[in-house]
Design a protein around this ligand. Sequence first.
Ligand code: OAD
Length: 228
Amino acid sequence: MSNVVVLSGAGVSAESGLATFRDSGGLWEGYDVQEVASIRGWNLNKEKVLDFYNMRRKQAAGVRPNKAHKAIAELESKFDVTVVTQNVDDLHEKAGSSSVVHLHGMLKQARSEKDESIIVDIGSNPINPGDKAPDGSQLRPNVVWFGEPVPMMETAAKIVGKADIFIVIGTSLSVYPAASLVSYTRKGIPKFIVDPSTPELYSFDGWTHIRKKGEEGMSELKKQLMNQ
Ligand code: OAD
């Protein structure tokens, strides 16, 4: 079976009702993303950061995967599919994707503030100031913030390097190192972008851009790939 690798971002979840980052001018429901999604922001105001992620966790728990997530999952009937997502929601899993790498962590997990290997499943529950990890330190969201390394990058780069077909959906490709994954593809493989606007790619050589929203664009691409 050929390997299909999908790199997804906030846009794939937009039609489920979750806001993207850059379409809202860097504000997410009125919060400055740099302020609440950075290690600096955490050190300045933990309560604010916890509130922000509690809100996002609650919202994510209340939405359903859309046709784009489902079309990606359905590709598994013909291909070995791995999804590398920058999203912290679990809509790919809920749609049925069996192999999902979360580059930027997951809302439904908390971790120790001091030790990133101590992870606790919290489902859709909030994290409050004073909630402790098993090591006695404050719990924080298990997400990667600006100013922090991305531990899954090496794994993700290896996965992208094995792709026979590469699909980029719903990401502005403006956040590094995640955006650099596009450069790990092997030469000459088919590469697709599903996005109504134009991501920040250095060169569009060899790419097919399906300039549509995720549900429509991904359903079309699925049909094309299943019939080839
Ligand atoms: P962005 O908000 O930067 O980009 C969203 C992309 O989705 C844009 O290219 C939009 O054109 C596209 N888009 C909007 N609506 C769409 C739809 N209905 N269907 C398909 N595409 C659509 O989000 P990301 O690229 O995911 O990181 O942002 C990357 C990272 O920046 C996030 O993971 C997060 C953020 O700060 C951290 O929190 C560390």
